[in-house]
Design a protein around this ligand. Sequence first.
Ligand code: ZN
Length: 445
Amino acid sequence: MSAHSPGSAQPGDEAQDLLRALIRFNTVNPPGDERAAQEFLAARLAAAGFECELLGADPGRPNLIARLRATSPGGDVGAGPTLCYLGHVDTVLADPAEWTHDPWSGDLADGFIWGRGALDMKSQVAAEVAAGASLAREGWRPATGELLIVTVADEETGGELGAQWITQTHPEKVRCDMLINEGGGSVFEYSGRRCYGVCCAEKGVFRFTVTTDGIAGHASMPGMGDNALLKMAPVLQRLAQRQPAYRLTDEPRELLRGIGEDPDDPAGAIARLRAADPRLAIMFEAMLGVTFTPTRIRASEKVNVIPSRAELRIDCRVPPGLGESEVRAGIAEVLGEDGFRIDFTERVVGNRSPMRTALMREVSTWIAEHDPGAEVVPFMLPGFSDSRHFRAAFPECVAYGFCPHSHQTLMSSAPLIHGADERIDVRDLSLAASFFRDLAVRVLS
Ligand SMILES: [Zn+2]
């Protein structure tokens, strides 16, 4: 393993130019409209030596697959691993009235690049493309295996035209052994430690409806009928009071250990985290088990009719490895057993990649070199990313969320993602570009 990349190019400058250009393509999804941004990236990568293809179900919303194969004598694509850098080029919407800089300006000001997608995740795409393009232009090629850069459309609304489509429709084109995507890498500090989260696991989604029944009646006489909506009051009260008991899976156990806490005392760990930084406690607590969040309620169709039925929707997130039986246990624990009915509307089991792998060692070694004394710790994403589709399609693939940011911390980035004034510290963009360059060289040389 060499610690040095060939050549002396600084891919950070190229990543800055790419990011500013990418932000200026308005790819708010819906409608997404990603084609122009994808063609722009394809042109850059093709000029550097990548084989590029644009494939999609919707002509206006293609996915880009860019491939750099081994060409050295004896080098054989089949013999080595495929390392894939994954990103999405669509973004959520933005209201310019709430921003200091126009969200599609790509302005460079005060050491930051500003705009929608500056963190989620045009920055990582720009760093990945700058890394790959600069290596390819210098003549670097994998000794064995191949480097894939895949930028997809349609992540923000679930990936139906993006990662899900490409892994199901053209699995042979995006098959990979190792994958780096979004979901981790911003530094955080806790009790004297500097840590970088590597996202190894993503929660599943088991949404359900709680229904109460009653008898309809005229609303002018409250005692008439039997009001199903009022029966939701105790249900909501219980949901406000508590969550299901913690059920720590391997990743949060390792995370707590990594930050110097005892995984056998999660309540104590969360209390100490809360005292140190309530935002850290909120983020980490969501990784520790099944969670219930009530989000919608409906009852009578008419204001003058006492409802005979009320329905409460619960957004329930479940660690990988756990499923409906753990959710039902949580319901019994939090809501009891009587007075309502439960119907599941979604049952998607979460997925994960192993924590102890060659890829993790490379990430960990790189961080140790670039931020001496800092450590990597495993994260579980309380939500999910496109990695889920790749893990589902390629069970052997090790997929992590990681893009190193050492200046802009986890706590300072989190509120900007999907929020106003999204921006990235240009030093972190350079750091990320160096990381993606070094990782490709180390894994594929
Ligand atoms: Zn994203």
